[in-house]
Design a protein around this ligand. Sequence first.
Ligand code: SF4
Ligand code: SF4
Length: 340
Amino acid sequence: MTYTIKDGCVQCDNCRPECPSGAIKTEPEGDNYWIDPTLCDGCEDAESPKCVEVCSIGALTPLQAKKGRCKSTLLPAAILDIFLNGKTNSFASSMVMWESCNVLAQRQALPWQADATGHLCYVRTVHRGRGEMRFRLAVNPEAPLPRPMKVDEGKAALGFFDIRATCLHLIFAAYATTVDCPWEDEFVINDQHIEQYLGLDKRKDLTKLDKLRLIKDLVYQACHLLVSLDWPRQGKVQPFSLVEHSVWELLHIQYYFEKDDQGYRHLIGLSFTVRTGIWAKYFLNKQDYRRQTAFYQYGILPQSLLFEVMSNWQQHEGAIRLLLWLLFKLRLGGDHRVTI
Ligand code: SF4
Ligand code: SF4
């Protein structure tokens, strides 16, 4: 059960430090307190909600289910930016993208190790050992300079990841091909877009809050990836090294609430502002590709692949990993369909 703060909160701050989920937040402008319903689990492991125990005026209460449809006027537009033909879209398909997808698909199955500083690290050599990519996991993907997780923390986090996060990774990789300078230009994607790309809009068994929680969780997983790399000379492209950076920078999450007649605030939408990491300057750079000083590597992403991942992730994870591998190995055309 999720809790909410009703009118009358005196902003004493007793509750916020007590919340084990970090769900109690204050608005950036003003001091209003609110509970992030994508994080609040009602203190399911405790005898009673911690926030309720310390609030002396009883401002906290279980959130009642929302009745009726969400007011579309409060939500951002849901005009699709990718898959405009209903079938496919180009997507960034460089080795960095491929291996990031592999990390999200294989998770604990990969040979993670402790690096020299005690952080969890996965190293992938490239071009017969002449170069390498190093992956780590960010503690907080929303931090401007995310710091990597230590070994135990990282292993525990990987246990909560699931292969559906590859869908968000691929969607971001498709968005990256829609902007001129992806390492500079941000893009905004909202939950309604993601619902349609993943086929969640057809799921009647999930409440709106269930879908928002899932979407935010998968976005977070994809944005946990940090990469650093040393790349050898290839053709006219000179060797280069990149210090650790986010594969996807999660710049901002916007929450959309609607208040009902009884004063309950219901979360009705989310939007994510994302920017492609600096890797794109070397692997998804149209201008420098023409000068032959960088790469522009892209493939074709069938939307049907996302549906397959979302439908079969529990029963056929091995088959999904194979499909993801084929996506990067084969150059799929506009009419190809991938099915399990
Ligand atoms: S019920 Fe528990 S998890 Fe939810 S806001 Fe209160 S303290 Fe946090
Ligand atoms: S403890 Fe109660 S009054 Fe104090 S900030 Fe939290 S909800 Fe508001």
